[in-house]
Design a binder for this molecule. Sequence first.
Ligand SMILES: [Zn+2]
Ligand SMILES: [Zn+2]
Length: 761
Amino acid sequence: MIISTGTASGKSLAYLVPAVTSALEGGTVLYLTPTKALAADQLRGLRELRITQVRAATFDGDTPFEERAWVRQQANYVLTNPDMLHRALLPQHARWSSFFRRLRIVVVDECHGYRGVFGSHVAQILRRLRRVCSRYGAAPVFVLASATASEPAAFGTRLTGLEMDEVTSDASPKGSTTFALWEPPLTDLRGEGGAPVRRTATAETADLLADLVLAEVRTLAFVRSRRGAETVALTARAKLEDVAFGLPRHFPHLDPRSNPMSPSETLPSPHPEAPAAQEPLGASETLTTRPPSLESPDDLEAVDLPRGPSGSVALADLPSRVAAYRAGYLSEDRRGLERSLRSGELLGLATTNALELGVDVSGLDAVLIAGWPGTRASLWQQAGRAGRSGKDALAVLVARDDPLDTYLVHHPEALFGRPVEAIVLDPDNPYVLGPHLCAAAAEIPLADDDLPLFGPTAHALADDLVEQGMLRRRPTGYFWTRRERATDLADIRGSGGAPVQVVESATGRLLGTVDEPSAHTTVHTGAVYLHQGETFLVELLDLEAGVALVSASEPDYSTFARDVTEISVLSSIRSHQLGTACLTFGEVEVTRQVVSYLKRRVQTGEMLGDEPLDLPPRTLRTRAVWWTLPASEVAALAEDGIDLGGAAHAAEHASIGLLPLFATCDRWDIGGVSTELHADTGLLTVFVYDGHEGGAGFAERGYARATDWLTATREAIASCECERGCPSCIQSPKCGNGNEPLDKAGAIRLLDTLLAPVRVA
Ligand SMILES: [Zn+2]
Ligand SMILES: [Zn+2]
């Protein structure tokens, strides 16, 4: 069973009741969550129930050795994570036999986190778990809890290999939230190729925060980096000081005598389109129940936000009532912060999403979200912070200059209608499956009958592993006979390649690791590296030594690695006609080289330069989706004077930007290549590929939803008001060709041709 509903809809209660019942009846429960923090929260909740027969315990890397035996033998409700299941519980299943024998329920909480390569690993770990259970005669029920997503049952089946029922309707009571979608205006600044630069989401968010604090609306602003959060808090304070001390000249539209959010000539135009009706499915709890037309002050009055008594605003105090929240605060600092937000002493807080964990912030009236947070699940989680005691709340998504953000502010139905974003994974990826077949064989020798559990390719792969000397074939099945631990073969949180260690040069502190392919784009020499909202500058990337040396720094710019890519087709897996075009999903070899990095000013988005880099090319075997257009169609477009290379290039950039709307991936998880004439297809071709060895399911999802995806791509380009292309539509910060050539009008024509119904001859 998979329950896929919004934040605070009561999902935990839905699995707790049967789970606790099973424990009371003599069974055991395994609870899995991606993070230790969540397991600790759950344990606290369970203990508060004060049911003595439920012996709950966490089992993770922090569990002291002397407690582990107790957990194995006595606990009937074990809370752990996939990593521990992979490395400890499954390899040592014999020691857990009494637990596995009685296992009735497996809860997979926050399972929308199991996506891409990590999700594919978890899918294979769950299959290993099912095999171990059946060895002990147990067939537990799997209960999955997920944020809202498209096709949750299909995802649940991919994750567990089991048929799933889905629960998607949410009847929990909620106050209403008015949702505003906000697009910052174009400025007079000029970027690459003379493209107009949009006002940054950070600058707009600071203005909105000041406006709301002035109206005594308790507001939380989510900003991507800690530096960004601090900038937002400082800018909002400065604006409030100007108001308090009668210097409104820096902030012409902020006038305390008028309604603080009344738009004037200087206000950027909001996009107040609202969904026509409340959708019964998906994230209905955060829907607007009233069209949030912010066109006139009267309409804002209609939003019944709790405010301070009028006239009581002590203007001079306001600046001190805005703060920035830092990750790594001590718990007493956090509690203090929670208190002052609850009491209203603090009116505005800017934070990174570090706040998601560890701080209990309720009692807010408004939430500002600077830039699309990546998934609908995160968006609703953040927006869900607003709303206290049944009062109306306000949530504002401020667009960044990115094609996906542009699309969303012009197409609210993509946010408020049925979810289109599916949680995507690819458990058949041989780079993922191979190590888990070895681990499974080490747990219990793999019989031929076991193999279908691991997917259609498992048999052939097991034979390959025998040839490579990893497994040994005997009459009774496949055996692991090597000395090393089979579980060490799978790096479940990485994506292949030896990891590069990120080390703070002054202290020698290890901040984390980045897999080698990602190191080229995220920790190259000169990169601005974000770690838990903190900013570091990479002094040196030494690939030979596998180390990136960084130092804490607060540069006023961000960096974007730019690569050039070549692609060759290895095989086609599926293909079909799309209008006159042909769409294919298949295997490719990609050679990628990071050649330079772009620097852009955080505050204004202004381009500061393109610095060359000397990094070796990297080759990757992965999966891609590509489309080709027949020569006759191409010739007709060329006759109309369209720059075909520029049109295909622009369509490629925008389609990479839009794919995360349909597959839960990041723009940086995928890449693309476009060409007027590709050697392997002999035609005009646009490729979008998974940036992970073996593929992660993103391109496959693009193939499955091609019409919707490419229609949204066309819309994103057409909705942008720039004339010839900008970062909000067709320019890409990671383009290795310096965004040359690009043809905006041509891209729209090309996509129209692609999406047109086939003409009857
Ligand atoms: Zn544009
Ligand atoms: Zn490009």
